[in-house]
Design a protein around this ligand. Structure first.
Ligand code: GLV
Ligand code: MN
Ligand code: MN
Length: 420
């Protein structure tokens, strides 16, 4: 690698240490649990702000919980900021890398740029987005959707977690201001470009032995909640031909979801039932009610909607055959996006200039930059994920891989800074 390898802020050990500091902010148990709009997520944002403050960069947290710091230009200022960052919340029992790698790399970029001799002509903004994971409230990318004007106060009062707490109530509990989130919107005229570093969460880079991925497309996601209501009754007393078992019906629906995705012509069609609750949930009671979630991911919006529709149809067919009532509710719908070719070309050239081979690929996971791309040219750079594991305590990228990604991010920022 080039001279960037000698930049102190980009040293693997230093990045690893910062990742460890964030990972320590977790509920007890396996992996990292730092859910959206919780005390721990807020502590992670406070740590981000204090690490920026150590660099002399003041940061603020907006009404939606996004934390943003800005480094002013130091030469022939031009309007239009360039930004980088990612998210600090996690799924339950997730890993230490999803989102946090992009925030830690943003901090490294901030440190390198503020100490470095290379001129910066534009404001550089460092962002930790709030509530990216849809794991708690169903809807992903809440903080970035708010800044992009894609959601607002009314939606925050509708979304609930599994305990019935609304997103608005969780935000208020954390000291945020859900009724004022419109004030957090970004003005695209104030921006030039955005680039996010993230772990791949797949195996393309590992299989091809390539250290850097440049994302062209981010999959969309349609999320459903299916509620099956049968009749709870005695497991010993009720004959097998006189049952309306909600869980047996759900089991068929789950397998139908898998069959739909496996039969799809495109490898980017992914359908998953990730959460399921059984009521009353006792060994001696036929399940009377089952609620499960379905996550439909696609890189083509037409196919995404068709697949979500097919899931609903299959569930209705199974329920009708088994005499079970069914309700299918759409929790969230985010279309796929094509990211900026300009930013992708700049990131690719930056990697090449550093002697790092880069591969263009699609992202199966959602990202804040998917939302930000509605406002300005935006791109995502990936580093490899060991075994493709993510949303799991087994999530891992080596410190050298993260450092290579951070170096590409820094070089990309300088090159975007220099664009007209
Ligand atoms: C975000 O991690 C997602 O669920 O894609
Ligand atoms: Mn993520
Ligand atoms: Mn995630």
């Amino acid at each position: 690698m080039s001279t960037l390898a000698t930049v102190p802020a980009l040293q693997p050990a230093r990045l690893e240490e910062t990742l460890r500091r964030f990972a320590a902010l977790s509920e007890p148990g396996p992996g990292v649990s730092r859910l959206a709009y919780t005390r721990l997520e807020r502590q992670a944002h406070d740590l981000f702000a204090s690490l920026l403050a150590d660099l002399g960069i003041a940061a603020y947290t907006d009404a939606a919980g996004n934390t943003i710091g800005e480094l002013a230009p130091d030469a022939e200022p031009r309007p239009g900021a360039i930004g980088t960052g990612s998210h600090l919340d996690s799924v339950p029992q997730g890993g230490a890398y999803d989102g946090t790698v992009g925030v830690v790399a943003a901090l490294a970029v901030a440190a390198a740029a503020s100490a470095g001799p290379r001129p910066r002509h534009r404001p550089w903004r460092f962002v930790a987005f709030a509530a990216e994971e849809g794991a708690r409230f169903g809807q992903a990318c809440n903080g970035s959707r708010i800044v992009a004007g894609l959601t607002g106060a009314a939606d925050l009062r509708q979304l609930t977690d599994r305990t019935g707490t609304t997103m608005a109530a969780a935000m208020t509990e954390c000291g945020l201001a859900p009724e004022r989130v419109e004030t957090a919107r970004w003005d695209p005229r104030d921006w030039r470009a955005f680039v996010e570093l993230h772990v791949e969460q797949g195996t393309v880079l590992e299989h091809r032995r390539v250290p850097v991925g440049v994302v062209d497309t981010v999959s969309g996601s349609t999320r459903l909640r299916v509620c099956l209501t049968g009749v709870a009754s005695h497991t010993g007393g009720t004959p097998m031909d006189n049952r309306r078992d909600a869980l047996a019906a759900a089991a068929e629906c789950v397998l139908d979801c898998e069959r739909l995705a496996v039969a799809a012509t495109d490898v980017n069609t992914r359908i998953t039932v990730g959460a399921l609750t059984v009521e009353p949930g006792a060994i001696t009671i036929i399940p009377g009610r089952v609620v499960f979630t379905v996550d439909v991911r696609e890189t083509d919006y037409g196919r995404q909607r068709a697949a979500a529709h097919a899931v609903g149809q299959r569930c209705r067919t199974v329920a009708a055959r088994r005499g079970v009532d069914v309700e299918v509710e759409e929790l969230a719908d985010t279309p796929p996006v094509s990211l900026s070719r300009e930013v992708a070309a700049v990131a690719h050239a930056a990697a090449t200039a550093l002697g790092l081979p880069a591969e263009v690929l699609a992202s199966g996971a959602s990202h804040d930059t998917q939302q930000i791309s509605r406002l300005m040219p935006a791109g995502i750079v990936f580093v490899p994920s060991r075994g493709g594991l993510s949303h799991s305590p087994g999530e891992f990228s080596t410190a050298d891989q993260v450092a290579a990604g951070a170096a590409v991010l820094l070089e990309t920022m300088y090159r975007l800074d220099a664009t007209a």
